[in-house]
Design a protein around this ligand. Structure first.
Ligand code: SF4
Length: 517
């Protein structure tokens, strides 16, 4: 059986570039481990490489972020026309299974550990179902991912999973939209995966890669007691590691010391904003802005690099706040976030639902699903005109990502890491500072509906479409709002699949409706 697994990626900067950031989707190797051992598996992480469009698959697993669903739909159509059966999973599939059903042979809702084996069984029997619902999470049932599938493609360290979900409820977060949950895996399973991963790749990748590991968890600090125990388990292994955590982790000095002793060298932390009103509006109460500088200093002094991004809230932030961001960055010691984007109401999140119900609508007209990346404005700013807000965004990115600011950051960070003999955070810091792009191209409007289309294409042939209607259903970008900025009715169907730790089942299948709510 020839099986393809494609993690879809569309460059949100609309430059058609690949993306080599350290935290990459890990679903491919995990699905690979759930397949029969004799399956011939081709894994494509589109953030690293394009699919080989000449490949033939019997079964193709596709996953994507919400904003990349247009391309996921197109990839499915392309390989269905070439004889493959396609299955679609991930957060969008779990949020809007009914919208996805017409474009895939199967839609997977929830985790893959039970759904993928069930689908395989039905595939062999020749009776694949339109929707598969996962069972309750069981940390013991998570297999060691097929790291061999990425060994030749990845330039990064192996990434492992210790926890799944996040206990916080930031209003904009897709995880909150799916239903809040947080699970920890047995420590022995995490250590087993690290040991197996290392032995699998020994001799296949540079030896230094084996001493550095990543954790792909959304929030490795979601359970502080578990994180302490994980640190104690990792300490004897003499590894260096990186991951993502929340502010309440880095603001605890004793925990930071423990993290450093266990080999933690870099953490992504969503600081999001220096504006207290915006943090409150995001329901991100775990962030304490007054403690930010002390927390960042303490991490750096322990040899831990904190990497973070900022969001501008079109509904809360005003022009004065945006202009003051460079000053806040210096004061906090962060200097340069790895990105500055707009807070985006991604369909299905509580933020989206709140704004979809607001009157008058705060959405811009003609917003497309592909616009909900955070790098295209989909809301009408409340404290400035739209052109003023976009101009302020361009000004702040120009200033923050200036050469002078990049050098200032490195001059502040690197001596501290060097003093402690920490080469890994220094290396990640330098790579991040050099890799982060300049501000957006002048040719982009940065506005929903009129922004530059993404350049990525699927190489369809004339025979791929039986009619003009079929061609349009596959190629036309999906709208989220109408020409008056009203949210289309189909986007209000979202469900919380992990609500209260159980799997919410929805059985009806309907085609997208385009009536305004
Ligand atoms: S802390 Fe991060 S992962 Fe958790 S809900 Fe907030 S944004 Fe999502």
């Amino acid at each position: 059986m020839k099986v393809g697994i494609i993690s879809v990626f569309v460059d949100y900067h609309r430059r058609g570039r690949k993306n080599r950031v350290a935290l990459q989707p890990q679903i491919g190797p995990l699905i690979g481990a759930l397949l029969p051992p004799d399956a011939e598996v081709d894994y494509v992480n589109e953030a690293w490489r394009d699919p080989d469009w000449t490949r033939e698959y019997d079964l193709l697993f596709i996953s994507s972020m919400h904003s990349d669903f247009d391309r996921a739909r197109q990839i499915s159509h392309y390989w269905r026309k070439r004889g493959a059966l396609t299955a679609y999973g991930g957060s969008f599939a779990s949020t809007y299974p009914n919208l996805c059903v017409p474009y895939f042979d199967a839609v997977i809702v929830g985790d893959p550990e039970t759904t993928v084996p069930a689908l395989l069984l039905d595939y062999v029997r020749g009776r694949v179902q339109p929707v598969y619902h996962g069972s309750k999470y069981d940390g013991h049932a998570v297999p060691t991912p097929r790291f061999d599938l990425i060994a030749a493609q990845s330039r990064h360290a192996l990434c492992f999973e210790a926890t799944r979900g996040c206990p916080f409820q930031c209003e904009f977060c897709v995880l909150t939209g799916l239903g809040t949950r947080h699970h920890t895996r047995p420590l022995e399973a995490v250590l087993r995966d690290i040991e197996r991963g290392q032995s699998l790749l020994r001799g296949r990748v540079p030896a230094r890669h084996l001493k550095v590991v990543g954790f792909c968890d959304n929030n490795i600090g979601g359970n502080i007691g578990y994180l302490r125990a994980l640190c104690e388990a990792l300490e004897p292994l003499n590894l260096q590691w990186y991951g993502a955590a929340t502010f309440n982790v880095i603001s605890r000095p004793a925990l930071v010391e423990k993290l450093a002793r266990s080999g933690c060298r870099a953490l992504f932390v969503g600081l999001e904003s220096f504006n207290p009103a915006t943090i409150a509006d995001m329901n991100k109460h775990q962030n304490a802005i007054p403690k930010m500088r002390a927390a960042l200093e303490n991490c750096r002094d322990h040899g831990i690099l904190v990497v973070s991004g900022l969001m501008l809230s079109p509904l809360v932030d005003d022009l004065d706040y945006i202009a003051s961001i460079p000053r806040y960055l210096v004061q906090s010691g962060l200097h340069m976030p790895t990105f500055i984007c707009f807070e985006s109401p991604i369909p299905g999140t509580p933020y989206f639902r709140r704004l979809a119900a607001a009157r008058p609508t705060p959405f811009l007209p003609g917003a497309l699903l592909r616009d909900f990346t955070g790098y295209t404005l989909v809301l009408e700013p409340r404290h400035a005109t739209t052109p003023e807000f976009v101009a302020a965004y361009r000004r702040v990115t120009d200033e923050v990502y200036s050469l002078r600011n990049r050098l200032r950051k490195l001059c502040d960070d690197l001596p501290r890491f060097a003093k402690r003999g920490r080469w890994l955070p220094a290396l990640i810091d330098a790579a991040d500072v050099l890799a982060v792009g300049p501000g957006p191209e002048q040719s982009r409007t940065l506005l929903a509906g009129t922004d530059t289309p993404p350049p990525e294409r699927v190489p369809f042939q004339a025979f791929d479409f039986a009619s003009e209607a079929e061609r349009r259903s596959i190629l036309d970008p999906w709208p989220v709002t109408d020409d008056r900025g009203r949210v289309l009715g189909c986007w209000l169907e979202a469900g919380s699949v992990f609500a209260r730790g159980s799997i919410a089942r929805r059985s009806s299948v309907s085609v997208p409706a385009d009536t305004a709510a």
